[in-house]
Design a protein around this ligand. Structure first.
Ligand code: TYC
Length: 103
């Protein structure tokens, strides 16, 4: 609330200095060894895809070399990529996930 000295009160204009956060793509990369079923499970578990969509995205990676599995603010993108890479390592698959700016 602002007081203008003349005794009038006014609600101060709300000017939140916020910017929309930059977005980052989480990209899944193809390799020759990770089983297709494992990739589908990763997409279901970490990107909340149903089996049909997860299968489509897995096949796109397999056929084209890579595919975007989600677009998020930086921290979330980095966390998801790390979760996928850790899970793949623990399972002894070479599956790799990368983060890149969404221009
Ligand atoms: N190319 C793998 C195979 O033939 C399957 C695969 C798909 C691997 C997607 C990684 O991100 C990937 N078993």
């Amino acid at each position: 609330v602002d007081d203008d000295e003349g005794g009038h009160l006014a609600i101060a204009e709300a000017r939140p200095k916020l910017q929309t956060p930059r977005l980052y793509k989480v990209v899944l990369l193809n390799d020759d060894y990770t089983p297709m079923e494992f990739v589908v499970e990763v997409l279901e578990r970490f990107f909340a895809m149903n089996r049909e969509l997860a299968t489509q995205v897995m096949l796109k990676v397999h056929l084209e070399g890579s595919a975007v599995c989600g677009i998020f603010p930086r921290d979330i993108a980095e966390t998801k990529a790390m979760q996928v890479n850790d899970f793949a390592q623990d399972s002894q698959h070479p599956l790799l996930c990368e983060v890149e700016p969404d221009d």
